[in-house]
Design a protein around this ligand. Structure first.
Ligand code: NAD
Ligand code: DAU
Length: 371
């Protein structure tokens, strides 16, 4: 850790039982690894073990920590849509902190099949809120004060920006994809449980994450793997849509700060000043691959413009002033070095990528077109 960031143990303080939902996914996995590595907390990992789930990285950490750490990670293989199983899991975990990351997360899949997004992200969040509310009401006074339910959300709830401006906590909600609408609904439910039932909650709305262990269906792993294999690289529309890229470990820094130090009822926007057009991102990755992996022609020759994503949001950008000034967060990675490390990681982990794609019955093809 740098001197600006406290360790997970320091941030957790007296909280020693943490329930993480979605901890077998990309960002949840990074949260679980951090908690295991940097604290003594027992981590209950509630995940349905869907197509994007994988425990390889967590198992590696457990091996490195030795046998005495084995019991500190407890997988609860539960679908949030099963209210009874969720209630039992919360009872078993008896948490001091809940970090809710479980969600269907891929916009393209929400276009092809929106139903599971409503089930997991809306009904699933409702089931969790009901179970956690019961748990909170039964806690002794000494555990109530530090208790939080931290809901991890996205900048996509704010809609699409024009050429100027950035999202901040007061930006009105304007979701435009089935994914972002389902996340917006879950944000509203969390706020309602705070105002109506007094549940202590914190929300964060973050921009696009990148880094190792992301299921290879999103832009950065897709481009890296396709280019490395000499396949066409699909660039949606004119390639000028803008995303604000943040290294996943910087997001974990922000999540732990918000969960442990955030004010109840407050939301925090998280983003890394990493605005790039998709074309810039794709060309950067191609240039990095030219250096890392020899090919007859420059990798950028593989870029192909393909039909746009329906309802494709034009630009996202975050103003992280609140989390920076109130909680002292700032990103520790810049986009160019972060992308380079990530591209190298995917090149070195192509076996893992093939395995998880195969397990998920996903061939790497285009998702999310409307027929
Ligand atoms: P992911 O798809 O990699 O992982 C999500 C995990 O949630 C998976 O393991 C999945 O099995 C689990 N899950 C989904 N539905 C479930 C259900 N009904 N019951 C139990 N488990 C379920 O997603 P991610 O990229 O790690 O995103 C995690 C969270 O962060 C999501 O809530 C997402 O909306 C939010 N977020 C993601 C990004 C990003 O760039 N990836 C940015 C901002 C916010
Ligand atoms: O902004 C935060 C969101 O970022 C999270 O809430 C989502 O969970 C996460 O998936 C991500 O959503 P995006 O839709 O922005 O990410 P994706 O990687 O799918 O796409 C990034 C951009 O790249 C987007 O403008 C679409 C474009 N794209 C994507 C793919 C997969 C392409 O041009 N080609 C592709 O093959």
């Amino acid at each position: 850790m740098t001197d600006v960031m406290s360790s997970a143990a320091e941030l957790l303080g007296s909280r020693c039982r943490v329930l993480v939902t979605g901890g077998a996914g990309f960002i949840g996995g990074a949260v679980v690894r951090r908690l295991l590595n940097e604290s003594e907390a027992i981590v209950f990992n509630l995940d349905k073990m869907g197509y994007a789930s994988d425990l390889t990285s967590i198992n590696q950490v457990l091996v490195s920590l030795g046998p005495e750490a084995a019991d500190r990670h407890q997988l609860l293989k539960v679908d949030l849509c099963d209210a009874e199983a969720v209630a039992q899991s919360v009872k078993r975990a008896d948490p001091d902190l809940v970090m809710h990351l479980a969600a269907e997360s891929h916009v393209d899949r929400s276009i092809s099949g929106p139903g599971v997004f409503i089930d997991s992200n809306v009904t699933g969040t409702y089931n969790l809120l009901q179970a956690v509310r019961l748990h909170y009401e039964g806690l002794p006074e000494s555990r109530r004060g530090p208790f939080r339910l931290h809901h991890i959300s996205t900048d996509e709830v704010f809609g699409s920006l024009g050429a100027h401006g950035r999202f901040e906590e007061t930006t009105p909600y304007d979701p435009r994809s089935p994914y972002s609408a389902s996340k917006a609904a879950s944000d509203h439910l969390v706020n309602a449980w705070h105002h109506t039932f007094g549940l202590p909650v914190v929300l964060t709305n973050c921009s696009n994450n990148y880094g190792p262990w992301q299921f290879p269906e999103k832009l950065i792993p897709v481009v890296t793997l396709k280019a490395a294999a000499g396949e066409d690289i699909p660039l949606y529309g004119d390639g000028l849509n803008v995303r604000d890229w943040l290294y996943v470990e910087d997001h974990v820094d922000a999540l732990l700060l918000a969960a442990c130090k955030g004010e109840s009822g407050r939301s925090y926007c998280v983003g890394g000043h990493g605005e790039r057009t998709n074309r810039e991102v794709v060309e950067t990755i191609c240039l990095q691959l030219d250096e890392l992996k020899r090919s007859a022609a420059p990798h950028r020759d593989l870029i192909r413009r393909v039909t746009d994503r329906p309802g494709h949001d034009r630009r996202y950008a975050i103003n992280p002033a609140r989390i920076s000034s109130e909680l002292g967060w700032k990103p520790r990675h810049d986009v160019s070095t972060g992308f380079r490390e990530t591209v190298r990681w995917y090149l070195d982990h192509q076996d893992w990528c093939s395995r998880v794609r195969e397990q998920a019955h996903y061939d790497g093809g285009r998702l999310g077109t409307v027929t």
